[in-house]
Write a protein that binds this ligand. Structure first.
Ligand SMILES: *Cc1c(COP(=O)(O)O)cnc(C)c1O
Length: 357
């Protein structure tokens, strides 16, 4: 059965990419081996690794003054790696706009004087704080660019103004819209939402921030270890990197991030406009701060929400149940979700609304 998968992560991958991977699976480019079983020091894997790194640089327009690292441990591992590598003066400020932002802030307190400079908890994380003031003499400000559970995102209006590097968790929006990498000291993202299967984590770090890790920083968490070894210090997640390479190829063919951004804006507008004009569904997020990737919505009754999730599943609209912190539903409409998937969801929502008046 054909389904549209609205999972927040791991999530959909482009059909074209899955077909290429299927075609290559048993015998990668005449090697007689699958990428899942070949040496990470082989010439075949090396070509994959280098193409993936180069394509990401091209897609995000990353300058030579940045290192691009492929690591493991998920975005959650970066909650520790960031302070371990970047705390030199020993202080950092965090903006807490949701669950993951809160976890990042909490983890950082283990390694230095890290505090919450602002939070949107007062309104159940339905907005992004503006005009936040930071302490003097901090090493960095940490933000979560898109809040996967609560469905908010940073825009130019809310982007922090600080005279220190900005560190951003881009797990649930990387490559979904254009960003100016030069505005950041460090960007990190788990790949399993917008890039590849789980197992790969992307770190983009300004070179002057590399090499200042604490002496007790684990070797594997040091950005210098990974940068010096071109992310081949130990066995990388080869298959996830191979899938990322295919996704990058697919995006480049499409015309890059600029083009996918237009599609993402179109999909999100369709869904938000429908929700805002409906008498059954609501989305609680401040309109200017709404995510392009994760759209939470509710019907106003737990019973109807549960019925919605159950019937949607039967109609092939799967994994649409909201996170337990928010309840209701959440449609994650990452890059790989086609416009038709959003249209099918809206058609189902209309029908459900009529049947449950
Ligand atoms: C999913 C997610 C995480 C956690 O990612 P893992 O790779 O599972 O550790 C962290 N931050 C954000 C914004 C996320 O969406």
């Amino acid at each position: 059965m054909k389904v549209y998968n609205f999972s927040a992560g791991p999530s959909m991958l482009p059909e074209e990419v899955k077909l290429s991977a299927q075609k290559d699976f048993l015998d990668y480019e005449g090697s007689g081996m699958s990428v899942t079983e070949m040496s990470h020091r082989s010439k075949w894997y090396d070509a994959i690794h280098q193409e993936a790194l180069a394509s990401l640089r091209k897609l995000m327009n990353i300058g030579d003054d940045y290192d691009v690292l492929f690591v493991q441990g998920g975005a959650s591992q970066q909650f520790a790696a960031v302070p371990l590598n970047l705390l030199v003066k020993g202080k950092a400020d965090y903006i807490v706009t949701g669950n993951f932002a809160g976890k990042a802030a909490k983890e950082a307190t283990k390694y230095g004087d890290c505090v919450v400079a602002a939070s949107s908890k007062d309104k159940v994380f339905t907005y992004i704080p503006e005009g936040v003031k930071f302490r003097d003499g901090i090493d960095y400000v940490h933000i979560t660019q898109n809040n996967t559970i609560f469905g908010t995102r940073y825009t130019d209006r809310t982007f922090p103004v600080a005279d220190c590097p900005i560190v951003s968790d881009m797990s649930s929006m990387i490559l979904s819209e254009e960003v100016d990498v030069n505005k950041y000291g460090l960007i990190y993202a788990g790949a399993q939402k917008n890039i590849a299967p789980a197992g790969l984590t992307i770190v983009i770090v300004r070179k002057d921030l590399v090499g200042h890790e604490k002496d007790y920083c684990p070797t594997m968490l040091s950005y210098k270890t990974q940068a010096d070894a071109d992310s081949l210090y130990n066995t990388p997640p080869c298959f996830a990197i191979y899938m990322a390479m295919l996704v990058f190829r697919h995006l480049l063919k499409l015309g890059g991030v600029k083009e996918i951004q237009k599609i993402n804006e179109y999909k999100a507008k369709l869904l938000y406009d429908f929700i805002d004009n409906s008498s059954l569904y609501t989305n609680p997020v401040k309109p200017e701060d709404r995510s392009l990737m994760n759209v939470p919505f509710v019907t106003g009754s737990d019973e109807l929400n549960a019925k919605f999730v159950k019937e949607a599943e039967k109609a092939g609209l799967v994994s649409i149940k909201g996170h337990k912190l928010v309840g209701g539903m959440r449609a994650s409409i990452y890059n790989a979700m086609p416009v038709e998937g959003v249209e099918a969801l809206i058609a189902f929502m209309k029908k459900f609304e009529t049947e449950n008046k």
